[in-house]
Design a protein. Sequence first.
Length: 471
Amino acid sequence: MNRIKLPNVCLVLADCYNYGKAVDSLQKSMKQCEFAAVKFLTDIPLEIEGIEVVQIPSIKSKEDYSDFVVKELYKYFDTDYVLVTQHDAWVLDGSVWGNYFLNYDYIGAPWLYQHGRNVGNGGFSLRSKKLQTILGTDDLIDICHPEDQSICILYGDYLKGKHGIKFAPEHVADRFAYELREPASKTFGFHGYFHEPYKPTVILKRSGAIGDIVILEPIMRHFYMQGYNVVLDIPADCFALFEQHYFPIKHISQFDIGRIKPEKEINLDMAYEVKPCQNYQKSYFEFCGIKDYTLTRPILWPLVDEVTKPFKKYVVIHNDDRSTPHRNILGVDWKKVQKHLEALGYFVLQIGSGNNKCGQHYNTFGKVGVLKWLIAGCDFFIGEDSAPAGIAVAYNKPCILFFGSVNPDYIHPDLTNVEIIQSNCDKAGCWHIVGGTKGQDCAYFGDEKHLQCCKTDYETVIDTINKFHQQ
């Protein structure tokens, strides 16, 4: 890699505690840039190749550090500029360097203030010899801690008016480094571990519903593995699905969209509905313009173990009557199902509206986080094709699922651990004949075959339960 040559910049780090981390920081910066000199100011004798170690009186506190940087630092470098870094700050990408940085006497990552003196953080900062000499020799400058706020806020106007010191504007400082504020682009360096280095952002929009949003997870995973920062534009309550996820995700409300321009914004509303006769996840990938994909089971996190699950041994049942009757469960005596499960030692928990009473009912409407937790901890799940079923499959729970007029392969790319109960019909999967959100009405309305795909019996459910229980 070709290092950026900075012949008039000295790299300096003063630290009397984080010795190893300080050297590591300097070496990382040296991999990106060729400095006029590299100096480690510390209180112990060391020999480090390529680094000049200069012994100084011990710095024992943050106040000591500020005093040293403001009043003494100018004595330790001879170049026109000094790049001040710390053990948790270094050059990330030398190619971002711009010689226009040298037009200013001070550049540091912008803070979060709104008073017009927002530049900037001292932990990774470029300063002129002129500025540091003034700081060290002007007796009116005598309040030093914290050193960066002393320089930029307390004495900023004085330094500009009296000495003609130039502080970088915020847009330049944003390009130079980041600290408390998420980077809006690649930066030369950083200070602190508040944010990861810049990644391009993809915003994925899906207005609902819960099950359709769960199906998004493999698409989110794909973009994350490609190096994107993933932002979801989904209903706020649905974001509970991805809290504590195994890779970082932001809700649109957490994203600084006014300052950071996303690289991609993809609206997936009606994406699978307009291509009803294929797997929904496949449609999502296609609308995202992704060709190198594999259809996989969504994964939700965190897991729930024996310590964190709400009940020792339990089954979650979701059997609501819905407005689309061709997706309901017909012909099952749920009281008998409950008794059978209890005889096997299971606590029976019914979620949803509870209009087909079976076990202890808990209304999870509007409580997505609780719904997720209850399903994540269950021993197995029984229910109709629905949002709770999607969560159960994403947790790879043993599932007994009823699909009615829906083709299971269009909903789930991986039906491992799933037992399907779906009665035979010569028009099986007719839900997908038309696009949209309501499916195809049953062709046998008024006939004895009406909704036959939804009809089953107690014995079929019991036999399937026994199969899981024996496993």
